[in-house]
Write a protein that binds this ligand. Structure first.
Ligand code: PRX
Length: 668
């Protein structure tokens, strides 16, 4: 059912007209007729009996070895959920379905990046066997309940298998996204005290190869002495050196292992995993997620936000290395017994229509991705979408950054054929699951708004003093009550947990770090980060991380970073650098510094431009005026510069930034 091709420019013009209409979108009739939730009963139930509502959900969606009788116990800022319950997550994701006779159902359609390679369907029964074999392998290496296990892999089936094996043993996993550098990886392994790490020879990406094992070797040798064993998946067959006594092949480790492994009885509050995210300091912090509350919450949000039915084919196109993948590729969907797509590679490989080809082939019913990707699709126009029959789609979702109404409308029209609700889901690594989003059979959608809090979620928007701002006025987003998926602390740093999230407005108010406003209808509009954290392609990056990477280079005396807006990635890092004496600014050095940051942190952090200056905009007392750097990065008129030690500096930096970013000069 391919439609007539529409040109990219023509489509954008049409969408701009639509956006100006400012229409809202009630649930389409056809969708509503089959939706799981079509009225406000869930919202009311959560309102009437908050604790009872969540306890019921936890019992309904999760199978417990020992059912909890407790719901929320709150001693602000800490909380526990279902604390007397006992369960095992891999049991819920695997055995539960096999025991119920659904073992032959496909858990993952694994789609390798090379089109010539055969895709592989993995059933729940097969996944369970693989998980048990690998859990037995990990046990042989000495991994036991409570031990941290590092995972640094591409999107291959062994990645969820490794995570589930850890959860079967009760060993918290620490997954590091495969795009991170050796230094970032090593630091994350070291600070969490992981002794075993799992990686693969090479990952496939955009037709090329990423030398994961090589990077892992560097990480261990230079930064993470705690790693004693490294398990390596053979994915490409590339020639990788194996260190005697430390490295083992995955296939050798699982050889002859039993497909039985008794799942550990875990308390609801035992740690499931640690996952790092950027904050406002140079070192990333590891959010600590627990077993019972987290599982209940991702199961609930996956089922109801995406309206998941038994025969659906779900595709969350994120990477498992980020929280989105943890919650909505692995734990939520598997707990719910949902068939999912696991795609290894790049969305534009070998052509820009790869995702649409996959949706058509597997008859995907719900597709979940980031606004950045949608903006990239818009650039190539609707034609690659229209080459494919996407009539299987029922619902679309977005996550990671605010979606501009134009991108929302394009997605709605060209991908969803105007019949699929588009749910814009707001959440964070720390929140574990979605907090603000439509329920698609209930909520009238407004393009660009994440709409309303989910049942039981209690946001507020406060001013600097902690007073609620009047509707339509922007302020700081907070959450006034815990939800089951909230992280319980930061690994080994409860003090930072308290000071980062629960000190601005007191211990019972979670400080999100995002700005937001509510419109006259009470809809939430997210306004981006309000701290020194930027959002690049839906991923968090702190300015201080960038700055510390830069000053670690021998040529750099001082550095500052700010976020510039970017059509594609939302924001992009812009760096200002003062060189040490003996070094001269040059295009080559700028390029070297960009690459350097990429090597230090990961490619995603590579600055769009490096701007050399004689100084940074500083006050007479020597404090960097970040507000001015922000104005420069955003291409705005410069704010007040009279308090600067040298006002000319900032003009020079601005000119250079406008030139490098191809701007004609100051804009609004
Ligand atoms: O600024 C918000 C933005 O991403 C941040 C969380 O980033 P991270 O922990 O990496 O998790 C990303 C995936 C859940 C938030 O503080 N963000 C996330 N989703 C949205 C969003 N901003 C606006 N709208 C969203 N839907």
């Amino acid at each position: 059912m391919t439609q007539e091709a529409t040109g990219a420019a023509e489509a954008v013009a049409e969408i701009e007209v639509l956006a100006k209409e400012g229409k809202s979108y009630p649930p389409p009739d056809e969708f509503k007729a089959q939706a799981l939730v079509t009225d406000d009963s869930m919202y009311r139930a959560a309102e009437e009996d908050f604790e009872g509502f969540w306890l019921d959900q936890a019992k309904e969606l999760v199978e417990w070895f020992k059912e909890p009788t407790k719901s929320l116990e709150w001693d602000p800022p800490h909380c526990t959920w279902f604390a007397d319950g006992e369960l095992n997550i891999s049991y819920n994701c695997l055995d539960k379905h096999v025991e119920a006779g659904r073992g032959d159902k496909v858990a993952y359609h694994f789609v390798p990046e090379p089109i010539e390679e055969e895709p592989r369907a993995i059933t729940f029964a097969e996944l369970k066997d693989e998980v048990c074999r690998f859990a037995n392998g990990l046990k042989e290496l000495g991994v036991k309940k409570g031990d941290r296990v590092g995972i640094y892999m591409g999107m291959v089936p062994e990645l969820p298998i490794a995570m589930l094996a850890c959860s079967r043993i009760g060993a918290p996993h620490v997954v590091v996204f495969g795009g991170f550098s050796a230094e970032s990886l090593g630091e994350r392994m070291n600070s969490t005290g992981a002794s075993v790490m799992i990686t693969q020879d090479e990952a496939r990406r955009k037709g090329g190869l990423i030398p994961l094992k090589h990077i892992a070797d560097q990480a261990v040798e230079q930064h993470a002495p705690s790693i004693e064993k490294m398990v390596v998946v053979r994915r490409t067959g590339g020639d990788v050196p194996m260190k005697d006594g430390r490295d083992l092949w995955w296939h050798d480790l699982v050889e002859g292992k039993s497909t039985e492994f008794e799942p550990e009885r875990m308390n609801a509050e035992d740690v499931l995993y640690l996952l790092h995210t950027s904050g406002t300091t140079a070192k990333p912090k590891a959010a600590q997620h627990t077993t019972g509350g987290y599982l209940a919450y991702v199961a609930f949000t996956h089922k109801y936000v995406f309206d998941i039915h038994d025969d659906d084919v779900w595709w969350c196109a994120a990477d498992v290395g980020w929280v989105t993948g943890h919650s909505y590729i692995v734990y939520g969907p598997l707990n719910n017994g949902t068939t999912g797509v696991l795609y290894e590679g790049d969305p534009t490989y070998p052509d820009v229509d790869r995702h649409w080809a996959i949706i058509e082939q597997y008859k995907v019913t719900q597709y979940y991705t980031a606004p950045t990707l949608i903006r990239a699709f818009i650039k190539s126009g609707p034609e690659p979408v229209q080459r494919h029959d996407l009539s299987s789609l029922k619902l679309l979702g977005t996550v990671g950054e605010p979606i501009n109404p134009e991108a929302w409308l394009w997605y709605w029209r060209y991908v969803g054929g105007e019949r699929c609700p588009v749910v814009d889901t707001w959440w964070q690594t720390e929140t574990g699951g979605i907090l603000i989003s439509a329920l698609p059979g209930v909520t009238t959608l407004k393009p660009g708004s994440a709409t309303m809090p989910l049942p039981g979620v209690k946001p507020a928007i406060l001013d600097e003093k902690g007073k609620e701002v009047p509707q339509a006025q922007g302020g700081f987003l907070v959450l006034k009550k815990p939800w089951p998926g909230i992280f319980r602390t930061l690994w080994d740093d409860d003090e930072r947990y308290v000071s980062n999230y629960f000190s601005k407005y007191g211990p019972d108010t979670y400080f999100v770090g995002d700005g937001a406003r509510q419109d006259d209808d009470g809809y939430y509009w997210l306004l981006g980060r309000i701290d020194d954290v930027m959002n690049v392609s839906g991923h968090r990056l702190s300015t201080i991380e960038l700055e510390s990477a830069l000053v670690a280079h021998e040529a750099v005396a001082e550095a500052a970073a700010a976020a510039a807006p970017d059509d594609l990635t939302g924001q992009t890092p812009l760096c200002f650098v003062i060189l040490k004496s003996g070094y001269e600014p040059s295009d080559e050095l700028a390029k070297e510094l960009r690459e350097w940051v990429g090597e230090q942190i990961g490619k995603i952090a590579r600055p769009k431009a490096v701007i050399f200056g004689a100084d940074l905009p500083k006050t007479r007392s020597g404090k960097i005026m970040r507000r001015l750097l922000k104005d420069i990065a955003e291409g705005k008129e410069l704010g007040d510069t009279t308090t600067l030690r040298d006002p000319d500096i900032v003009e020079e930096l601005k000119e250079r930034a406008d030139e490098l970013l191809g701007r004609s000069g100051a804009s609004a």
